[in-house]
Design a protein around this ligand. Structure first.
Ligand code: ADP
Length: 447
């Protein structure tokens, strides 16, 4: 699980993601709409062109453009062929040829059976002709496609000029009608795909937003709860510790065994108070922001010398050697809140001690990057499984191996390390191999 971004950034991530998805979704929907409608129109036009090629153009010169054509064998044969086309091709509803005389378009022949209410006899004025239909004749336009409505419905129509093969004269225009609803249905179905994908991705983002917001609220609540509970528990515990101290001073009236028992009680209580202090300090860190940092120039070498000195007793007790690597030269300085930065490295070095066996070595060093210092703390301890290497920074998390080594620990130390690093425009991460050791890195900007 990835750590949660800060509230403000978090809002912006989602805002940018939503805008991006909307932009990409709109562009791909418009593109699909255009592409599918172009393909549908081209396909219709191609079929219309093929049909036009199949029609014997020389026959037209034999038609007179009135009812007398009904007896003309060429008309009858062409009519039969036209009638068959809508029967075999269900997408096509009407095929008709019309000519132009004395400024009016008139029907030459159509694909409707004579008994159909939609049949137009030869010579009938084509009253619904659109401007484009007229222009096909008047301006001798090339094959075109239009959407038009007439008394029979709304159509996607392919218009193909038909020329006399001998004279190349424009003798007729063939119209092939496909139901506009069918055409739009296809276009809408295809366009719905990117729209649905966009809606789905948007829904995922919104659900992610709500869940992350809830998680942030929950974490805030958890930290407040810890803070309040710790305050309430620390006060009576401190009282009990003082009492134990007082009893221990009364050496005359105590048996040796009683003294030992009370010492154990006092140690346990002090351990508890230390854990609570840890939690409270963490809760306080959560509340600080960049503005409240008291920054000064910190000499890295001196800082690490001071930390190893402070921890010298534990180092000795655990027979662990500490090395400050030569890469930390006297001139390396960082700009930061001294107490916080010190606390951050104390946490890392204390962990290195806590999770190492006796006799091991801990090394503190530095790698120089272009604009940053990357400090590292290397140990030869128990290591951290890969699956836990992110979780350990999220708070209240301890690895199974760590729990076996010691009960003491809140799992919050690294969470505060991360917060302190981020407050200083830095970051923290680790590399580790189980059973071999870990390296914790802290990147901080160079001054
Ligand atoms: P804790 O109080 O448990 O030490 P931290 O937040 O400091 O809490 O560390 C979280 C967990 O990360 C530890 O419980 C341990 O599992 C793991 N961890 C931290 N530092 C080390 C280390 N140097 N080596 C191995 N495990 C570590």
């Amino acid at each position: 699980m990835k750590p949660l971004p800060p509230a403000k950034l978090f809002f912006w991530y989602y805002f940018v993601a939503i805008v991006l998805v909307l932009v990409v979704g709109t562009i791909s929907s418009v593109f699909t709409f255009k592409k599918v409608s172009d393909v549908a129109q081209e396909t219709l036009l191609e079929s219309a062109n093929m049909m036009a090629n199949l029609i014997q153009t020389s026959n037209f010169t034999l038609f007179s453009g009135n009812e007398s054509d009904l007896a003309n064998p060429a008309y009858i044969s062409l009519k039969d062929r036209l009638k068959k086309i809508p029967e075999t091709n269900k997408d096509i509803r009407f095929i008709y040829l019309w000519g132009h005389r004395e400024g009016y378009p008139y029907f030459i022949i159509d694909s409707e059976p004579e008994n159909s209410p939609d049949y137009s006899p030869p010579g009938q004025i084509y009253e619904e002709a659109t401007q484009l239909d007229h222009d096909m004749f008047l301006k001798e336009l090339p094959p075109s496609v239009e959407i038009s409505t007439d008394r029979w419905g709304t159509w996607l129509t392919a218009l193909v000029p038909i020329r006399d093969s001998q004279t190349d004269r424009l003798v007729a225009v063939m119209g092939v009608d496909m139901s506009a609803h069918k055409y739009l249905e296809v276009v809408y179905i295809y366009t719905a795909i990117p729209i649905l994908v966009t809606i789905f991705v948007l829904a995922l983002i919104v659900v992610g937003f709500i869940l992350t917001k809830r998680e942030q609220k929950f974490l805030k609540f958890k930290s407040e709860l810890v803070s309040i509970a710790s305050h309430e528990i620390r006060a009576p515990l401190t009282g009990v510790s003082w009492l134990a101290n007082g009893i221990l001073r009364d050496t005359d009236n105590l048996l040796q065994r009683q003294k030992e028992d009370i010492s154990i009680i006092k140690n346990k209580i002090d351990g508890l108070i230390a854990t609570i202090n840890d939690l409270l300090e963490g809760a306080a860190t959560e509340k600080i922001n960049k503005k409240s940092l008291v920054k000064s120039r910190i000499n890295a070498q001196k800082l690490f010398e001071e930390i190893t000195k402070d921890l010298s007793l534990i180092f000795e007790e655990r027979k662990i050697k500490s090395i400050i690597d030569a890469s930390i030269t006297p001139e390396i300085s960082i700009l930061g809140d001294y107490d916080r930065v010190k606390k951050m490295f104390v946490n890392l070095i204390s962990n290195a001690i806590k999770y190492s066996k006796t006799g091991k070595t801990i090394t503190i060093g530095l790698s120089l990057e272009k604009e940053d210092y990357v400090f590292w703390v290397k140990d030869e301890g128990i290591g951290i499984p890969l699956k836990d290497q992110r979780k350990i920074f999220e708070g209240f998390f301890r690895t199974e191996d760590a729990k076996k080594i010691t009960d003491s620990g809140t799992g919050m130390g690294l969470h505060y390390v991360k917060q302190i690093a981020e407050l200083h425009d830095g970051e923290v991460w680790c590399e580790s191999e189980l059973g071999k050791g870990s390296i914790f890195y802290v990147r901080l900007p160079q001054i």
